[in-house]
Design a protein around this ligand. Structure first.
Ligand SMILES: Cc1cc2nc3c(=O)[nH]c(=O)nc-3n(C[C@H](O)[C@H](O)[C@H](O)COP(=O)(O)O)c2cc1C
Length: 235
C-alpha cells in the first residue's frame, strides 16, 4: 500500500513536471519571439586564447551560432583577446600593461549584453594566463557597481587531450564569475554538465569532436535561453 502510494505520488510528480516543462518551453518560445524592452539582447563570446582564430575561437563560434538560432531577439559577437596586449594585473598600478582591456571591458559591461561566454584553452590543466590576466583586471568592473551582475555566463574550455583538464578549467573560471554576481549556466540538455568541453583532436581542428561540439551548441543555446528569460523578467 505504502509502496503503491509512493509510486502513485512519484508518477503524479513526474506528470506535473512534464506539464510544467511543456508550459515553460511554450513560454520560452513566446519570449524568444517577443522583443525584450531594450531591443534584442546580445551574447558575447570572449576568446582568451593567445592564438587568434584557432580552436577556442572556433568553439565559441559554435556556441554563438546556437545562441543566435534561439530566436530573432538574440544578437551575437565574438571578441578575441589575442594580440590585445593584456598583461598581468598589478593592483598597485592598475593601468600598467592594460593593453586594450578598457575597450573590451566596456563592450562586455554594455547593458545590452545579457550573456557572456568565456572561452579558454586548457594550459597546464587550467585557464590560459591571458584568461587569468583578463579576469583579474575585471575586478575594476566589480568595483564599478558590479557592472557584470545578472548577466548570464557560460564557459568553454578546449584542450589537446579529451580529458586534459577542461572541467577544472571551467570551474575555476566560473568561481571568478560568481564574484561578479553573474548567473552561471552549464551546457543545456541533453548533455547538461559544467559547460562546453572540447578536444583539439587533430592539429588545431575540433570538427571531429562530436561530443564536444554538442556541449558547445547546448551551452550557447542555454545561455541565450536563460538570458532571454532574465530580460523578460526584468522588463
Ligand atoms: C602551454 C600549454 C599548455 C597546455 N596544457 C594543456 C593541458 O594541460 N591539457 C590539455 O588538454 N591541453 C593542453 N594544451 C593544449 C591546448 O589546450 C590546445 O592545443 C588548445 O586547443 C589550444 O587552443 P587554441 O587553439 O585556441 O590556441 C596546452 C597547450 C599549451 C601551449
Amino acid at each position: 500500500m505504502a509502496e503503491d502510494l509512493t509510486r502513485r505520488t512519484l508518477l503524479g510528480v513526474a506528470g506535473a513536471a512534464v506539464v510544467a516543462g511543456a508550459a515553460s518551453e511554450a513560454a520560452l518560445a513566446a519570449e524568444s519571439k517577443e522583443a525584450p524592452k531594450g531591443g534584442p539582447i546580445k551574447i558575447v563570446g570572449l576568446s582568451c586564447s593567445p592564438r587568434k582564430g584557432k580552436t577556442t575561437a572556433a568553439a565559441l563560434k559554435v556556441c554563438l551560432d546556437a545562441a543566435k538560432a534561439v530566436g530573432p531577439n538574440v544578437e551575437v559577437e565574438l571578441i578575441e583577446l589575442a594580440g590585445m596586449n593584456i598583461g598581468v594585473f598589478d593592483p598597485g598600478d592598475p593601468t600598467a600593461g592594460a593593453g586594450e582591456f578598457k575597450k573590451v571591458a566596456a563592450a562586455i559591461a554594455d547593458p545590452r549584453v545579457a550573456g557572456i561566454i568565456i572561452g579558454t584553452p586548457v594550459y597546464m590543466g587550467n585557464m590560459s594566463s591571458l584568461c587569468k590576466a583578463f579576469i583579474d583586471r575585471c575586478i575594476t568592473l566589480r568595483k564599478d557597481n558590479f557592472a557584470l551582475a545578472n548577466k548570464v555566463a557560460g564557459v568553454v574550455a578546449v584542450g589537446g587531450m579529451r580529458n586534459g583538464g577542461q572541467e577544472l578549467t571551467i570551474q575555476t573560471v566560473q568561481a571568478a564569475l560568481m564574484a561578479h554576481e553573474m548567473i552561471l549556466v552549464g551546457d543545456g540538455r541533453p548533455t547538461a554538465h559544467r559547460g562546453a568541453t572540447l578536444w583539439n583532436s587533430a592539429n588545431d581542428d575540433i570538427s571531429g569532436d562530436e561530443l564536444g561540439l554538442a556541449t558547445a551548441k547546448n551551452l550557447g543555446r542555454r545561455v541565450a535561453e536563460v538570458a532571454l528569460r532574465v530580460a523578460a523578467a526584468t522588463k
